[in-house]
Design a protein around this ligand. Structure first.
Ligand code: 16G
Ligand code: MG
Length: 560
């Protein structure tokens, strides 16, 4: 690092001193905290983004958002060149620089890292970072701070892409690095054209009851509602009404949004028994999570939640169908490509969902909680579908399979244009364009769900009846040190402290269809408990017993 660069960094960093006593960690979703203490963190993540761009010689994304957290929080995370999450081996560096006490320590950490990673940091290479933010009031000034961090690295250029959903920014980064068109209007065009392609390919006779037609969406008073307002006016054959679009004075994520709906199982603000039986969906604050739900006619009962597991199941059924149509058509073809279809879930997936997927003959694998783990695993397949029960998920297609599919479609269009096999190829190609392959995207996911429901001629009730969820219960337990809880096998087994897993097993054995696991949260200072069993009382009771075990081994009373 030359002197000029060093003094640029020192000067810029001195403007944003870290808040005393605050220690942050780049968790599953980047850094998150109360917005008032985030300036130094965001500034330093700006520097990190520039270094990442120099290292990879690619465009990098920096998103200012705190997703479903309360409106006074904010956060920052990086999109890697593929459009995915920041490479895990850079996370410790993110932690180190975020927590560096003073500018001098910061600069020496950078110097050390640049050397170790062999980053071209001599002012002769350029770096490019796309910046986005959600609708939080603190977003604009934090984004300016990120720019100052980026500008303190010579050769680095920041492009402010404005207010975006998190998945839009990831999509843009991916598109830019593939040399594709990457503006917001390109994003909308791609979604709309692939959606209309799927709608045009709906088999005759799959008409859905017109009264089922309308979709009501809860926009969480966030950026997703705003963007959906733009998309909905251009959709052919689908009527969407957006509630909680942020313009009616409602507060971001307060009594609204996918996280609230999924955790509390209640209808979001603005939805009542007048919407009973209608197809409803909810986005989270930055629109990377999607769940559907049905409001009950009796306002005191819980909603029927159609969660990420059911979205995954719907996608899996559709894709499997299209692959088998293509396979049948291929019997005459010479080059029979056997696409590897895989499904990725976490331990939170309802046991009934996993059983259903296995019964379909699908390969189901589990990873720890957090998009980066699921995404990495799904990328191992030709078509990898991943979802967390909470509504985070997408579908990944391998380049090799897409290449084959394009060629197959061209071949079929010359020998049997309009055949079922060709339509199946076109549908799969359209899905690969509609779904956001950079990261889970509530807007693109929603359009795919809608197109598939039309294709199948299914109401939300029919979809919801694919299988019945086992009753489940989630609890959280405050503990002395959550890092003392170490898990293995995709968080299904506790390996430390010793004795915990045996105690949990003994409880599980008392319940019919009982299953339970614990894991340290990545976003809160708690241990989470999940339990399911054949009845709600049994699931509640199993969860309570397991929570008591956690308290016994790891709780405050255990340390006295
Ligand atoms: C983060 C993760 C989400 C996960 C959740 C679990 C991303 C983008 N987000 O929000 O996938 O489900 O954390 O939270 O990876 P927990 O660790 O507090 O249970
Ligand atoms: Mg989110």
């Amino acid at each position: 690092m030359n002197e000029e660069q060093r003094s640029l960094l020192l000067k810029s960093a001195s403007l944003f001193p870290p808040s005393p006593g605050v220690k942050l960690s780049y968790g599953t979703a980047g850094f998150r905290a109360d917005a008032s203490i985030l300036q130094s963190t965001v500034h330093r993540v700006g520097i990190l983004a520039a270094l990442r761009s120099l290292k990879t010689q690619s465009v990098i994304g920096l998103m200012v958002t705190a997703s479903h957290n309360k409106v006074t929080d904010n956060g920052v995370k990086i999109a890697d060149p593929s459009g995915g999450m920041l490479s895990q081996d850079w996370e410790p560096f993110a932690d180190h620089i975020a927590n560096a006490r003073d500018p001098e320590t910061l600069v020496s950490l950078i110097e050390e890292f640049v050397k170790k990673e062999n980053i071209p940091f001599d002012g002769t290479h350029s770096a490019e970072i796309l910046l986005g933010r959600d609708t939080r009031p603190s977003g604009e000034s934090l984004l300016e701070v990120a720019k100052q961090g980026i500008n303190s690295v010579s050769g680095a250029v920041a492009h402010d892409m404005g207010i975006l959903t998190t998945p839009q920014l990831h999509w843009m980064v991916r598109a830019r690095n593939k040399g594709l068109k990457a503006t917001e209007s390109d994003y909308f065009d791609q979604l709309l054209s692939s959606f209309s392609c799927l709608m045009d390919l709906i088999p005759d006779g799959s008409k859905i009851n017109e009264s089922e037609d309308k979709l009501m969406v809860d926009g969480a008073n966030g950026v997703g509602g705003e963007k959906l307002e733009i998309i909905k006016t251009k959709l052919n054959g689908l009527v969407i009404e957006v509630y909680n679009d942020g313009k009616g004075g409602g507060v971001l994520n307060e009594g609204v949004g996918a996280d609230f709906v999924q955790k509390d199982r209640v209808a979001p603000h603005g939805f009542s028994s007048i919407h009973a039986g209608i197809r409803c969906a909810s986005l989270d604050g930055d629109a990377d999570r999607l769940v559907y739900f049905i409001v009950p006619s009796n306002s005191s009962s819980k909603i029927d939640l159609v969660d990420g597991d059911k979205i995954l199941s719907l996608f899996a059924v559709f894709i499997k169908d299209q692959l088998s149509i293509l396979d049948e058509g291929d019997m005459k073809g010479k080059d029979n490509y056997k696409a590897r279809l895989g499904v990725v879930q976490t331990a939170y997936a309802n046991g009934a969902a996993t059983d259903y997927l296995k019964q379909l003959g699908l390969e189901v694998v589990f990873t720890p909680t957090g998009v980066k783990y699921l995404h990495e695993q799904a990328a191992q397949y030709d078509i990898g579908i991943y979802f967390e029960a909470n509504g985070h998920g997408t579908i990944l297609f391998s380049d090799q399979f897409l290449c084959w599919l394009e060629a197959r479609n061209n071949e079929l269009s010359s020998i049997s244009k309009g055949s079922e096999a060709q339509k199946a190829a076109l549908r799969l190609l359209a899905v690969s364009k509609l779904i956001n392959q950079a990261v889970g995207d509530a807007l693109s996911g929603l359009l795919l769900v809608e197109a598939i429901l039309r294709h199948m001629g299914w109401s939300i009730h029919k979809w919801n009846a694919l299988y019945q969820d086992l009753p489940s219960k989630q609890l959280k337990v405050k503990v002395v040190d959550r890092t003392a809880c170490v898990t293995a096998n995709a968080e299904t087994v506790v390996v430390s402290p010793p004795g915990v897993q045996e105690a949990i097993n003994a409880e599980i054995a008392k319940y019919h269809q009982g299953r339970s696991f614990i894991r340290p949260s990545g976003t809160e200072d708690v241990i989470r408990v999940y339990a399911e069993a054949s009845t709600q009382e049994a699931a509640d009771s199993l969860a309570n017993s397991v929570a008591a075990i956690v308290d016994r081994f790891l709780g405050f009373s255990s340390s006295q």
